[in-house]
Design a protein around this ligand. Structure first.
Ligand code: BGC
Length: 731
């Protein structure tokens, strides 16, 4: 018996797609574009009829808020078997799940991962997540979340890589490679069998929600869209990301799930994206709520017409596209294009050849010691030391520690906002981690009632306060009107202050928090984000000095909620800061500077930057910047050398500085190293309103240093005839 061409793995993917497409009815085509969730026996008939193309493995639209919804590999095999053996064409389903920061081995939240400034560790963490998820039957991770966020009230700031498109772009590429395992910069013909296809979301500008309120409307200019919000997505697409999710919100009145310019003209045509776009949950149907679609049919027409290929959980494609095509109201060509894109990913995942998962194999892949070690390192490297009067690192011996605060002995609170596959009992709490780390002569007093604290603190050498937010206070639909600490926590630190022993505040959080008062009262402050399964251990690695802190902020920390939005790569204005005079862009009741700038973080040693030198070869469009970084303290440590650029005069006002290079540099005590950054056309150009690169002659400034306030700099220029030269080469 001859097999149909589309089932023949010896043929190319496009040959197989064309053969299959030619056999499909309109309903079957729409079925491939229809994703439903939590498929059970009540849906099997639809699967048999080829009316469902994908199963979203979640019990509800807010899976991130309902932790530990279990995965059921056997059930997925059951429904897959119906699709493969009982539907007319036997097209397998693709199973998608929110694998946002680790899977069973829970990683730090993405904002925390970003603080490690390590594409290598992000790739390693996502490789682990992909392997664990695939072993459970997941084919597709709705991740990485690439929304640039400048407003920490927005709960989803936790899920992204922060405020900077350059850093987030590098991490986006690493995240995609970790999930997909592809080493080329394109969607592979075949994904490795132990990886998943990634999904860059939420395309695009979702982080600009007005008031930091989730799902809210945005106003973003083309200039900012192309240079800030789209940049991370472009980095993901250029790394071969297989899918993209269109967002819920609108920009200037056009909802993203009906945004033809962005989905089709930019993403698919300009960038050549060959994978498929899935809507966010119900977002195509929500076009009726936005008030641009009259009914579900109209929504389907707008969504698919604009470029959304798969409809997540609203059935409006299945129920409307076949009739719309039949009646000539919707183009079959566009329908076919969407189906081709979905089939391409299914073929690339090998689902036609291997549709099932070994339901008993996951234990061989989950929670491996080497995976836990990677997550522990990532957790420790993500933590940012914000203050240290010398109390840290703690000695492990001859010390009595008083440990308190609401998060001192908590488990799931350390996970972070999108943990559906981690298990509470597998988290090491801070108390357990400290207990495990104590030397023979060290004692730990843990108090839960503040009244006990007084007594215990008097008998202790140091107090550790675990404060901040629990995991449920950030993430989707968890926005706040203030970035102040949860009620009562400032008072806790203040009262501890009166006990006259050194205080170490360990702050957990899914967003920048207002730590202005805590900075006054605590002797040391460590920002630990939501550090995941090994988070407690990561904190003790830092507190006891086994790991020298090297985390750097991927987002500005304001002094108060009222300063928001506050980000380092803002434009200059006509009345720029800093200026201590009136009539400059400032407040009268507060300082204008942030509490901590982007890129900031302390270490147990100190670093200096010097000998900056910029050079140019007139034949090459490039400036080479070198600088010497020295560890001036008495212990080994890692700093993150950062390179910032400003385009001083351009046709549009450009940011006061933009990150264009970074490198984690490890140095022994007293050691120096020369670091080098290359600035070429890509680093000094910007995008115009159509997304085209503009490289203008004129003067540029460059700085190298340890955070976004770096002041070691040089000037260079591009002459009108296109030659690159140094004006002031630096020191
Ligand atoms: C979220 C997405 C998520 C999807 C599927 C939506 O509510 O916005 O980030 O991937 O649900 O669970």
């Amino acid at each position: 018996m001859t097999i149909p061409a589309y089932k023949n793995p010896a043929l190319t993917v496009s040959e197989r797609i064309e053969d299959l497409l030619g056999r499909m009815t309109l309903k079957e085509k729409a079925g491939q574009l229809n994703q439903w969730f939590n498929l059970g026996p009540e849906h099997y008939d639809m699967v048999r009829k080829g009316e469902i193309g994908s199963d979203l493995l979640a019990g509800s639209p807010t899976a991130g808020n309902s932790p530990q919804e279990r995965i059921f590999a056997r059930r997925y095999n059951e429904v897959q078997k119906i699709a493969v053996t009982e539907s007319r064409l036997g097209i397998p389903l693709i199973f998608g799940r929110d694998v946002i920061h680790g899977y069973r081995t829970v990683a730090p939240i993405p904002l925390g991962m970003a603080a490690a400034w390590s594409p290598e560790l992000v790739q390693a963490a996502n490789t682990i997540a992909a392997r664990e998820a695939r072993a459970d039957g997941v084919h597709w991770a709705f991740s990485p979340m690439l929304d640039i966020a400048r407003d920490p009230r927005w709960g989803r700031v936790a899920e992204g890589f922060g405020e900077d498109p350059f850093l987030a772009g590098k991490l986006a590429a690493a995240a995609v490679r970790g999930f997909q395992g592809n080493d080329q910069d394109a969607i592979p013909e075949r994904f490795p069998v132990d990886r998943v296809v990634a999904c860059a979301k939420h395309f695009v500008g979702y982080g600009a929600a007005e008031g930091g309120r989730d799902y809210n409307t945005t106003e973003i200019t083309r200039q900012t869209l192309h240079n800030v919000y789209l940049a991370t997505f472009k980095a993901a697409i250029q790394s071969g990301c297989g899918t993209v999710m269109s967002a819920f919100h609108d920009i200037g009145g056009i909802p993203l799930s009906a945004h033809r310019y962005l989905l089709t003209e930019v993403l698919k045509e300009q960038w050549g994206f060959g994978g498929f776009v899935v809507s966010d949950w119900g977002a195509v149907w929500e076009l009726t709520n936005h008030g641009i679609a009259a009914d579900a049919g109209h929504a389907a027409e707008l969504g698919c017409g604009a470029g959304v290929d798969m409809d997540m959980c609203s059935m409006v494609y299945l129920n409307n596209l076949p009739d719309l095509v039949q009646s000539g109201k919707f183009s079959e060509e566009r329908l076919d294009d969407a189906v081709r894109r979905v089939l391409r990913i299914k073929f690339a995942l090998g689902l036609f050849e291997s549709p099932y998962v070994d339901a008993d194999a996951s234990h061989a892949v989950h929670l491996l010691p080497e995976s836990l070690a990677v997550m522990r390192r990532l957790a420790a490297d993500s933590m940012v030391l914000l203050k240290n009067n010398g109390v840290l690192p703690l000695r492990a011996d001859h010390l009595t520690i008083c440990l308190g605060g609401p998060l001192a002995d908590r488990r799931k609170e350390l996970f972070g906002c999108w943990t559906i596959d981690g298990r509470d009992e597998e988290v090491t709490t801070l108390k357990e981690a400290i207990t495990g780390r104590l030397g023979a002569e060290t004692r730990l007093h843990h108090y839960e009632l503040v009244d006990d604290a007084v007594k215990l603190a008097r008998a202790s050498d140091v107090m550790i306060l675990a404060i901040g937010e629990s995991e449920g206070r950030s993430g989707e639909d968890n926005c706040t009107t203030t970035i102040d600490l949860p009620a009562g926590q400032e008072a806790l630190v203040e009262s501890a202050r009166r006990m006259a022993i050194p205080i170490v505040a360990v702050v957990f959080g899914g967003r920048p928090l207002n730590l202005t008062r805590v900075m006054d009262w605590a002797d040391a402050v460590l920002f630990a984000w939501h550090p995941g399964i090994t988070g407690g251990l990561g904190v003790t690695d830092i507190l006891f000095g086994d790991v020298n802190p090297s985390g750097r902020l991927p987002i500005t920390f304001p002094r108060s909620t009222g300063q928001i939005p506050l980000y380092y790569n803002h434009r200059s204005t006509g009345r720029p800061l800093p200026r201590n005079s009136r009539r400059h862009s400032r407040y009268i009741d507060a300082l204008d500077s942030p509490l901590f700038p982007f890129g900031f973080g302390l270490s147990y040693t100190t670093f200096t930057y010097g000998n900056l030198c910029a050079t140019a070869d007139p034949q090459i469009p490039e400036i080479v910047v070198t600088a010497q970084v020295t560890n001036t303290g008495d212990r080994a440590g890692t700093t993150v050398a950062q390179c910032y650029v400003r385009d001083v005069v351009a046709s549009v006002a450009r940011p006061v500085r933009e990150l264009k290079g970074f490198e984690r540099v490890f140095l022994e005590a007293g050691q120096s190293k020369t670091i080098l950054f290359r600035l070429g056309p890509q680093e000094v150009s910007y995008l115009d309103d159509n997304g085209h690169e503009v490289l203008e002659p004129g003067r540029f400034q460059v700085w190298v240093g340890g955070d976004s306030n770096a002041d070691l700099g040089a000037d260079f220029e591009i002459t009108p005839d296109g030659r690159w030269g140094v004006i002031d080469k630096g020191e």
